[in-house]
Design a binder for this molecule. Structure first.
Ligand SMILES: [Fe+2]
Ligand SMILES: [Fe+2]
Length: 140
């Protein structure tokens, strides 16, 4: 049985992951060179806005539920080279999809219907990011 505290803790892990992604994508945008540099840079700069929207929403929800939003980013390893970078990002995006799906189930357990739908939409956003990364990986 999911408790409200379980949901708050989970949402805070998701928020820490979003902060980590925002830092990683901003860093990677600056380190995107070579033939695909411009396309990669544009993709990271575009997607970081989605992640900032997710982080902002999670902050509001955690406060609304009576929790304290996390401000410490989840650390992720630094990847050397374009392929390793995109593979790491793909792995992280797929993890985010699974986590938001789990969080949506927890929200449903607690009767939080609107939150469940929003979390499913966020899982769909991350799945879209994963698809874009798979496409870019075909070119490296
Ligand atoms: Fe996100
Ligand atoms: Fe994402």
């Amino acid at each position: 049985m999911t408790t409200k505290q379980d949901l708050i803790s989970g949402l805070n892990e998701d928020l820490a992951a979003e902060w980590g992604t925002i830092i990683r994508y901003t860093h990677q945008a600056a380190k995107s060179f070579g033939p695909m540099g411009a396309e990669l840079r544009a993709m990271f700069q575009r997607e970081v806005l989605d992640e900032l929207g997710h982080a902002s929403f999670l902050n509001d929800v955690i406060v609304d539920l009576g929790g304290e939003p996390a401000t410490t980013p989840k650390q992720s390893p630094k990847a050397a080279g374009v392929r390793a970078m995109l593979e790491l990002d793909l792995e992280m995006e797929l993890l985010d999809v699974a986590n938001y799906q789990e969080r949506a189930r927890q929200a449903e357990d607690l009767g939080e219907a609107e939150l469940k739908v929003k979390l499913e939409e966020m899982a769909a956003d991350e799945a879209g990011h994963a698809r874009e990364l798979r496409r870019l990986l075909k070119g490296v």
